[in-house]
Design a protein around this ligand. Sequence first.
Ligand code: NAD
Length: 405
Amino acid sequence: MNAFENALAQLARASAVRTVSPAILARLSKAEREITVSIPVTMDDGAERLFEGYRVQHSSARGPYKGGIRYHPHADIFEVRALAFWMTLKCAVAGIPMGGGKGGITVDPRDLSKGELERLSRGWVKRMYPILGPKQDVPAPDVNTTPEIMGWMADEYSKLTGDMTNATFTGKPLDKGGSEGRGAATGLGGFYVFEALREYLELPEKCRVVIQGMGNVGGNAARIFHEHGHTIIGISDSAGGFVRMQGIDPAKIEAHKKEHGSLAGFPGGEVIDNSDFLELECDLLIPAALENQITGDNASRIKTRAVLELANGPTTPEADDILFSKHIAVVPDILANAGGVVVSTFEWEQNLKGEHWTEEDVNARLKELMQREAAAIAARAKELKTDLRRAAFIVAIERLEKAMV
Ligand code: NAD
């Protein structure tokens, strides 16, 4: 199943818990607009190469489309469509005034020089700018897109349109209208959700944590859980996982990876295969890489007490059932990783108002919102006697239904 089929299966499963009008279900099953473009880029050797780019605008029922842009060799329209769908639900779960969208380019950015990457990023904006804007569609970073890339895109957009609000792209560098706290927001938001639900999940005060992925989201989550006294016993990147039962200092392993290009050789533990990595025994498993990681094939061997989905779509519906039968709770992506889009929305609001909020202010607002919505979804799950994913979907669908009606 591709990611979008998984997303539709989740929708069907949630609507079995509480009746949802067929018209609303039909609207949520289709994006409002999908665009595929070809982007010509002059490479450093003078040759021209064409790249494929996407923007899916899933729903504007609750506000302008909002969602990141992914650069990945496997990015395609199905993946971007699924990610856009989840953004619609996520923004509704968070209660922010945004709709759902997502973008992407099929590319491995490691194959490109910095100049080629900049020309490609500006090329995506040249193709897409008529459908973007602070009141239309507000993109952000995702896998392999950085504040620097958002800065290039924002600059290209203002050159093409004359719009100087800086409010069309979020996740920008601080000196280009970025928000304090945006870099760490997804990991920090996930931590606030964990804190709000720890007792509900029956987890110990100090957990043994395994984190898949050490990019923006996984790296920040590792740092924050470590700072709060939890023990990171495993962390991984695309090449493999590193395990150390006494605990890993995230700053040290990151510095090691920067110097040596891999996790191998970090003292006191061992490198294991990515497939074995997810099956480590722990209290909290945090997928923070890509979708379809916990599937029907490996779910029965997962040995955590709970899963906090900081990646989008890491657990398939089949795996959800297996985990449920093993009493492993899953905190769904549309709640757990909403911190990124929440602070992106704060950034958009600051840009439109010409304000700059302090990091303390941003984090306090983030904490209040994430903990409030997490508690509301846990209460709804109890009331409906269902899991957190179905409860989060129901809360989102009810909010979307009100907006659509
Ligand atoms: P990133 O590019 O910064 O990092 C991705 C990380 O995943 C890298 O460390 C990479 O080595 C690792 N990785 C890739 N394949 C892997 C594999 N098979 N096993 C283990 N590790 C692997 O991306 P990111 O922004 O941290 O995004 C990670 C996930 O979080 C994605 O699913 C993304 O959609 C989601 N997300 C991101 C944000 C955000 O604000 N950036 C917000 C919400 C959700």
